[in-house]
Design a protein. Structure first.
Length: 498
């Protein structure tokens, strides 16, 4: 009841005209910035930090929250329509959203994503209100072996369900893990795969990899086939979700937060792992498995809901522990410190108006995001009417601008082109793109957690399976790997008994 009363007071703060204005500005800015590849929510919040010096803290954080959610949805928009993820959390949206767009159902994909963000954000924020102290207490107990087990689960799950074979999925994952090795070894400081270049010492940014593999690879693939297939404008189709779309999506919208919120709340969480796992879950549970890879709406609805709930989850550990689990949370933590406020267990007691006003503004921002983006879905989808030569020329331009914006180095453009050629080759030989992106995102973190776990156990491999949580995760991994074999045995026995 204390939390409920505090939330009601928070709505009193969030619904003042000025704070409503900041929320609306944040959502609009976030959506517009998210549409540009390479400029994700973290960069948007960082760029706007100096602008907010003159604002009072509550208004500034309400605007930051709007930017966070708006940028996540904006990233999904280009991911769905142009196969160009604006940020790493939007990578999964391209898998089913882009085939839907190519089939003339871009508006439906955007509407499913908007409803997913709304549902996931609402449920995630309700869980934030109800479970923040409990989840934070559990998150503290999760150690290096548990993190490594979760990441191995993500690797195995995605390589098992994507592409025409597990071998190709594994090959794609190895490409990503190799790209993730580029840079300095975090433990020893030695250079790896940098070829003597100081500019590669920081590694290859995941945005450059995602944009290169998806956008440049796709543009090159389309260009290679334009002579054989005339570049026609893609039809937009009707603008709203039909009854069948809603019937197939509503369970996915509700399942997404169950996966997304806990992963957002644990340290070293974020939206990448839960969106991958949500996609895998939807494919496993779907009655339309044959449509996956060709434009299954569940593959958009579930991951987008998980991503939005994960964003709410990241605020749990940031507000209650002062522990940022994503780049955006880290920038917001810097913003708190800029105002002389220290997030942690005492924040709810010392700054109740700010915290509960911020949490209440998340609900307001979700409504504003839905009100803004549902009507705009058909407008965004009209991008696909542009003839393909002009459309992909524009994609190449914005991809290059986004890649250059990441580090401001000309070398980034060369790397973008090389990774784009790798993406083209992967399409040519039927390798799924997503495992490679997962390898780049999670590979360095998995390596760090593996080495940390082994250091704690003095090099003993038993240190990787010395917690109930890690044992449970490895049991799930074993089941995933053994399931195709078990399935064959079960089918044979049924045939014999029949």
């Amino acid at each position: 009841m204390d939390s409920l009363n505090s939330l009601i007071d928070g709505f009193g703060t969030a619904l003042t005209p000025m704070n409503l204005l900041w929320a609306a500005i944040g959502v609009l800015l976030g959506t517009a910035i998210g549409v540009l590849p390479g400029i994700g929510p973290a960069m948007a919040v960082a760029l706007l930090l100096p602008v907010t010096y003159g604002l009072e803290p509550t208004g500034a954080f309400i605007m930051f929250a709007g930017i966070y959610y708006g940028a996540m949805f904006g990233g999904s928009t280009t991911s769905i329509l142009l196969n160009t993820p604006g940020e790493s959390a939007a990578v999964v949206a391209a898998l089913e959203g882009n085939p839907m767009a190519k089939a003339g159902r871009g508006a439906q994909a955007l509407a499913a994503a908007a409803m997913g963000h709304f549902t996931g954000g609402m449920i995630g924020t309700l869980l934030l209100v109800a479970l923040a102290p409990t989840v934070a207490a559990l998150a503290v107990d999760i150690g290096a072996p548990d993190y490594f087990a979760i990441m191995v689960l993500a690797f195995i799950a995605v390589t098992s369900v994507l592409g025409s074979s597990r071998i190709r999925g594994l090959a794609s994952l190895l490409i990503g893990l190799t790209l993730g090795l580029v840079g300095l070894d975090q433990m020893t400081g030695q250079q790896r795969l940098t070829f003597g270049s100081l500019q590669l010492a920081d590694g290859i940014d995941v945005v450059i990899v995602a944009v290169g593999l998806f956008a440049i690879g796709e543009a090159l693939w389309v260009a290679a086939h334009l002579r054989r297939n005339a570049g026609e404008a893609i039809p937009v189709g009707r603008p709203w979700l039909g009854k069948d779309d809603v019937r197939r999506s509503w369970k996915s919208w509700l399942r997404g937060p169950v996966i997304g919120f806990p992963f957002g709340a644990i340290p070293a969480g974020g939206a990448e792992i839960p969106t991958f796992l949500s996609y895998v879950t939807e494919k496993r549970l779907s009655k339309h498995k044959d449509q996956f890879g060709k434009g299954a709406i569940e593959g958009v609805a579930g991951p987008e809901s998980a991503a939005s709930a994960s964003a709410a989850g990241t605020l749990v550990s940031m507000l209650t522990l002062g522990l940022p689990t994503t780049a955006v949370a880290a920038v917001m933590l810097a913003a708190f410190q800029q105002y002389g406020i220290q997030p942690g267990p005492l924040l709810f007691e010392r700054e109740p108006d700010l915290v509960w006003g911020l949490i209440a503004s998340l609900f307001v921002g979700m409504v504003l995001l839905l009100a803004l983006n549902l009507p705009l879905a058909p407008v965004w989808a009209k991008l696909l009417r542009i003839p393909r030569p002009y459309l992909y020329a524009g994609i190449l331009f914005f991809a290059a601008v986004g890649a250059y914006a990441v580090g401001g180095e000309a070398l980034d453009l060369v790397i973008l082109l090389i990774i784009g050629l790798i993406g083209f080759g992967m399409r040519r030989y039927g390798l799924p793109v997503l495992p490679a992106v997962i390898g780049v995102i999670l590979g360095p973190a998995a390596e760090q957690q593996l080495r940390r776990a082994l250091q704690i156990s003095d090099g003993s491999l038993t240190g990787l399976v010395n917690t109930p949580f890690s044992i449970t995760v490895y049991a799930v991994i074993a089941l995933l790997l053994a399931w195709p074999l078990l399935k064959k045995v079960i089918v044979r026995r049924r045939h014999v008994s029949a």
